[in-house]
Design a protein around this ligand. Structure first.
Ligand SMILES: Nc1nc2c(c(=O)[nH]1)N[C@H]1C(S)=C(S)[C@@H](COP(=O)(O)OP(=O)(O)OC[C@H]3O[C@@H](n4cnc5c(=O)[nH]c(N)nc54)[C@H](O)[C@@H]3O)O[C@H]1N2
Ligand SMILES: Nc1nc2c(c(=O)[nH]1)N[C@H]1C(S)=C(S)[C@@H](COP(=O)(O)OP(=O)(O)OC[C@H]3O[C@@H](n4cnc5c(=O)[nH]c(N)nc54)[C@H](O)[C@@H]3O)O[C@H]1N2
Ligand SMILES: [Mo]
Length: 783
């Protein structure tokens, strides 16, 4: 579309949560230049990425430290784990397995800027509420604990001891431990995680909502039901040896850039790579391998796909089922396409599944997938011909009503050809936060199993509650109906990450106490309870010095590898505490007579690991295992074809084919996704390089024909009205409509700005995940 006309005011309807002045940059920086969109012709990664990194390094004045950081990031034993994403490290040879967005992410934490007591003295909370979210985070690192003073509307300094006492008093004053809720964002280390869940359970609650409730809950539930453990089975070596890769609902170039290397190497060795996504994302065609200096110097691009299929939003189950149907049809001619021995001895429900598919017509499947039968058969042919297939997915699959059924259908398809527990095969969900998988492994679970609690009780000498706790959506409901009075956020930015921003804010404001353990200032500090604390912690890059010396922590990547992460940088302030120390401080204050040796644990994290080794299956010998250069793999029985399901076999699921076509003809299915230049609620700029967008976040990508049908001009302003499951409506006004290559009937825009459109009722009944990729909207030109 080129440059747009004079920028007109764009406002979201989330009262008091965004600055009032007109802007088009959403929660990003105040827009400076004119918004524009130009097609992006360059390969993913490449020099554009290098330039973008340099800009960030220069802005943060961290050129030297930033470049030094790149060399210790993801290095075995002596480095820290990149907090950018959960993609596993490739530690073979001397390759530097780093990426543009990982570097941006790390530098953002390492900034020289500080938010100190003078900063808070200079600005009231009401004043800060008018700043953009970018400006809030861009103030730099938090330096000391602060408490909200309602008299002056300022955050004022408080000592750590007083802060802990405040938390302790409040928690001890509750009528029931279930009146408090303990949120985790997925970067918390395993050690801190273990202490955090122990604190909650010793206090008497399983209220442990986490970002996973909005992210991969569906994958966990599906895999648990199908194969007995809630994790993928493929690892990086499998990715290197498979001959077909199916990637569903992942924007690799932006959100898992190190995956690009695996994709290009797969294509290079002749493997098939099929991308299934309503959008053809940048990383789904070509890349310059991010760390291949020769490729970068010579601009040598490498293909990253052999087939792209633009599925209808939510149509993945139909597509996968079509592939399974074609496989079963082929087996009628040539039974050897199926792994009969595997199906016979290690699976349950195959006959019923075959019957279900025989009853499902190609026409229904094609309609629901939004693809022609010919296209569906193309994908099926690749699967049929391949000896070793991996199917990988991310939010494009999980944040839908039928996320669990779809992930289970993926397993169904894999089972047909024994594509599990064999080299080069398996389900492979791409997790988000760098330790979100480890959080679950180490006990962040609002629905813990009895076995887990039994062992915790025995090893830690506590009596954990047995009733299930609150997840993210139910936490918000609880705050709103007054049953939740204390909110503790271990990282993250709850108010912006959660659905229904306005209602979430209302809930937080109704709390008696909100506690945010954070590295940087964000919106969740400004939308607070009657009492409020900001507790600043060490970041992952920083030295964590305790009584017995320098401490390291561990994280688990998306492929179940657990390894050590040791920060080396001088902490941003001498007043920061580590996350384990903050948890121990709160726990002691809330549980003065606790027999748990909180302080002793913090002196030496080996002690936490020793108790984890006893409490968590697969962690036996934890302290020794992490001394291995690449860490260790948590045993994943399904990888060995041991299926811990009720039947002791891998279980086929028999979900009915969902109807994913909106009930009203003028309704579009809107997905809320990330731009290239953001990390969840952290927005680095208003650009989205690979989608060719500059200076604009308040936008909606639409299909050309959908625009024409609604009289919407390219680059013009539109209003978007969402209809919730409960019939209520939410809207954003004056967003820019941009033409994009996506299927008719679908639309796309950015989180977290568009979270205001997602009602609290809009969560999946299968996974309880908010429907962040499935918002039913009507779009019309602004008045
Ligand atoms: N740089 C950077 N890296 C990140 C993050 C970040 O914000 N920035 N976030 C991290 C986190 S927490 C996570 S969970 C991951 C998220 O990684 P992604 O899942 O890649 O995240 P999104 O940006 O939401 O993109 C969703 C993708 O799914 C596609 N999609 C939408 N609906 C459908 C559908 O119905 N079917 C299919 N097949 N595809 C669909 C979209 O077009 C898009 O390509 O990334 C992690 N890594
Ligand atoms: N509409 C819509 N909404 C979504 C999504 C979507 O696709 N669409 N995606 C969902 C997903 S997948 C996720 S994972 C959630 C993310 O939700 P969250 O995890 O809650 O959000 P983040 O933006 O990752 O959190 C950023 C904040 O974490 C703090 N932080 C950074 N590093 C550290 C650290 O080392 N320790 C501590 N204690 N704090 C730290 C900083 O203060 C920073 O402001 O959002 C969800 N929300
Ligand atoms: Mo996530």
């Amino acid at each position: 579309m080129g440059s747009l006309d004079e920028s007109t005011a764009g406002r979201a309807a989330s009262d008091g949560l965004m600055p009032e002045e007109p802007r088009q940059g959403g929660y990003g920086p105040v827009a400076k230049g004119e918004p524009s969109q130009h097609p992006y012709h360059h390969p993913a990664a490449a020099w554009g990425a290098a330039t973008s990194v340099m800009k960030v390094l220069i802005r943060e004045k961290e050129l030297l430290a930033g470049s030094k950081a790149m060399f210790s990031m993801n290095h075995p034993i002596k480095g820290f784990d990149c907090p950018g994403c959960a993609w596993p490290d490739d530690n073979k040879g001397l390759k530097l397995d780093i990426c543009e967005n990982g570097i941006k992410h790390v530098t953002w934490e390492m900034t020289h800027k500080r938010v100190d007591r003078e900063f808070f003295a200079a600005h009231t909370v009401s004043e800060l509420a008018d700043w953009t979210d970018f400006d809030l985070e861009n103030q730099g690192r938090l330096t000391e604990p602060m408490v909200y003073d309602p008299e002056t509307d300022h955050y004022v300094p408080i000592t750590w001891q007083e802060a802990f006492a405040l938390v302790g008093d409040e928690l001890r004053g509750l009528d029931s431990p279930d009146e408090a809720t303990y949120y985790t964002s997925g970067r918390l280390s395993n050690e801190a995680t273990f202490l955090y869940q122990l604190m909650a359970r010793e206090l008497g609650t399983n209220n442990l909502p986490d970002c996973s409730n909005m992210c991969h809950e569906a994958s966990g539930r599906a895999l648990k039901a199908s194969i007995g453990t809630g994790k993928g089975t493929a690892d990086l070596e499998d990715w290197e040896t498979c001959d077909a890769l199916f990637i569903l609902g992942v924007n690799a170039a932006s959100n898992a850039p190190r995956m690009l290397t695996a994709l290009s190497e797969a294509v290079k060795r002749g493997a098939e790579v099929v991308h299934i996504n309503p959008l053809i994302e940048a990383g789904a065609t070509r890349t310059i391998v991010p760390h291949d200096i020769v490729d970068m110097a010579t601009f040598k691009t490498r293909p990253t796909s052999t087939l792209n299929l633009q599925v209808r939003p939510g149509g993945d189950l139909a597509l996968i089922r079509a592939m399974a149907k074609a496989t079963l049809e082929a087996a009628e001619q040539d039974p050897s396409v199926l792994d009969a021995g595997f199906l016979e001895s290690l699976t349950e429900g195959f006959d019923e599944y075959r019957e279900l598919l025989a009853r499902t017509s190609w026409a229904e499947l094609a309609l629901q997938a939004g693809l022609s039968e010919a296209d569906l058969r193309k994908a099926a042919d690749i699967y049929l011909k391949s000896e070793r297939s991996i199917i990988s997915w991310c939010l494009g699959v999980t944040q839908h009503e039928h996320g669990v059924d779809t992930a289970r259908e993926i397993v169904n398809l894999l089972l047909l050809k024994g594509n599990i527990g064999r080299e080069g095969t398996g389900p492979s969900p791409v997790r988000g936060h760098s330790n979100v998988q480890g959080n679950r492994t180490c006990g962040i679970d609002h629905r813990p199993s009895d076995e887990f609690l039994d062992r915790l009780a025995e090893v830690c000498g506590i009596t954990p509650p047995r009733h299930h706790g609150l997840d993210t959506v139910r936490t918000i409901q609880g705050m709103l109906d007054g049953t939740v009075k204390v909110f503790v956020g271990m990282g993250g930015n709850f108010v912006l990450a959660a659905p229904d921003t306005a209602r979430t804010a209302e809930g937080l404001r109704q709390c008696e106490l909100t506690v945010q353990v954070s590295t940087k200032l964000n919106r969740s500090h400004l939308v607070h309870g009657r009492k409020a604390l900001i507790l600043p912690c060490l970041g992952r890059t920083e030295r964590d010095q305790q009584a017995t010396g320098l401490q390291g922590v561990t994280v688990e990547d998306a492929m179940s590898m657990v390894h050590l992460s040791i920060g080396r940088k001088q902490p941003a302030s001498t007043h920061l505490l580590s996350e384990p120390a903050i948890i121990a401080g709160m726990a002691r204050a809330a549980l003065p007579d606790s027999a748990t040796p909180w302080e002793w644990y913090v002196e030496d994290y080996d002690r936490i690991r020793d108790v984890m080794a006893k409490a968590l299956p697969g962690f036996e010998g934890f302290n020794e295992l992490i001394q291995q250069p690449l860490g260790f793999r948590i045993p994943q029985p399904a990888r060995e074809r041991v299926f811990l399901t009720p039947s002791g076999r891998a279980e086929f699921s028999l979900a009915p084919l969902p109807d994913v076509i909106p009930e009203a003809e003028d309704m579009l299915v809107l997905q809320t996704m990330r731009s290239h230049d953001q990390w969840n609620t952290t927005i680095y700029s208003n650009d989205d390089r690979y989608r060719g967008v500059k200076n604009l976040r308040e936008l909606v990508f639409l299909n050309e024909e959908d625009m024409r049908a609604r009289g919407i001009e390219e680059g013009s302003l539109v209003d978007i009205v969402a209809t919730s499951k409960d019939g209520s409506e939410r809207s954003v006004r004056q967003y820019r409509a941009l033409r994009y290559d996506l299927p008719r009937g679908s639309a796309a825009g950015y989180m977290p700005e568009m979270n205001v459109l997602i009602g609290l009722a809009d969560y999946s009944t299968q996974s309880d995940q908010p429907l962040m990729k499935n918002v039913k909207v009507r779009v019309a030109p602004s008045a």
